[in-house]
Design a protein around this ligand. Structure first.
Ligand SMILES: [Zn+2]
Length: 250
């Protein structure tokens, strides 16, 4: 497999990222002064650090010296037996314990339960004081909130995200006490977006249209609609990945 090539072909999925600087950026974010962990579910006070933050192996795959030269051009003659239609590898190293190997793929609820993954963490940053926090969400509780809302309101949505999804109510900053200011820090590289955290926090609306289209593209919902339509698809699609038997058909 020419996996290196897959990351170098300039497909616009990753155009907004700088692959050569990615590792530095990731390290930089890990160097910040100790980041407090906060809870958003009113639960207990586990002070769990993020397991994935200190795993350099997930930031950049090591160079594969057995692969083809990374800068080999693939534009000329096509070799249909070797080149996937999208020019990208179908699988990626899962960026989080709750992510699956596919792009924009999360694990099912049954997998997460079997593996005792019950708290989903992500990074948020205050819009006012700019302090960053780790936030943990309770998987079962937050998924119940999202799925109940969908079950009760889907028929009224007409395939468009409601206002509460388009402009999510953000958590309050515990440092400067400003309401509605903790925005999720969304990975620059789309393959590293923390989709499950955004879903459970009902903060998918903080994604750009481009990021949401990336999700739809890799989950076989090719849509080029307005943001409210693509956002609706992202919510339903993620819920269906978690619970394929739930009321999440589109
Ligand atoms: Zn603040």
């Amino acid at each position: 497999m020419d996996s290196n090539n897959d990351e170098m072909d300039g497909n616009n999925d990753e155009m907004d990222s700088n692959s050569s600087g990615m590792d530095k950026k990731r390290k930089k974010s890990g160097q910040e002064s100790p980041i407090p962990t906060i809870q958003n579910d009113g639960g207990d006070n586990h002070d769990q650090r993020l397991p994935f933050i200190n795993q350099p192996r997930i930031s950049v795959p090591p160079p594969d010296t057995t692969a083809a030269p990374p800068f080999r051009q693939r534009r000329g003659r096509r070799n249909p037996s070797k080149t996937p239609p999208t020019g990208k590898s179908a699988t990626i190293p899962p960026p989080y314990p709750w992510a699956d190997a596919g792009r924009a793929a999360v694990r099912s609820l049954s997998y997460l339960r079997e593996n005792q993954i019950s708290r989903i963490s992500g990074e948020v940053q205050c819009k006012k004081c700019e302090q960053k926090f780790k936030m943990e969400l309770d998987l079962e509780q937050k998924f119940l909130e999202v799925s109940t809302f969908i079950a009760e309101n889907k028929a009224l949505m007409h395939h468009r995200a409601p206002k509460g999804w388009m402009s999510p109510a953000l958590p309050k900053c515990g440092l400067c006490n400003q309401e509605n200011t903790l925005r999720p820090v969304i990975a620059e590289k789309k393959r590293s977006i923390n989709w499950l955290f955004l879903l459970l926090g009902q903060m998918l609306g903080c994604c750009t249209l481009d990021q949401l289209k990336y999700f739809c593209k890799h989950t076989k919902n090719h849509r080029t609609g307005a943001k409210d339509r693509v956002l609706f698809l992202a919510y339903l699609g993620l819920c269906r990945q978690l619970d394929p038997n739930g009321p999440f058909d589109i």
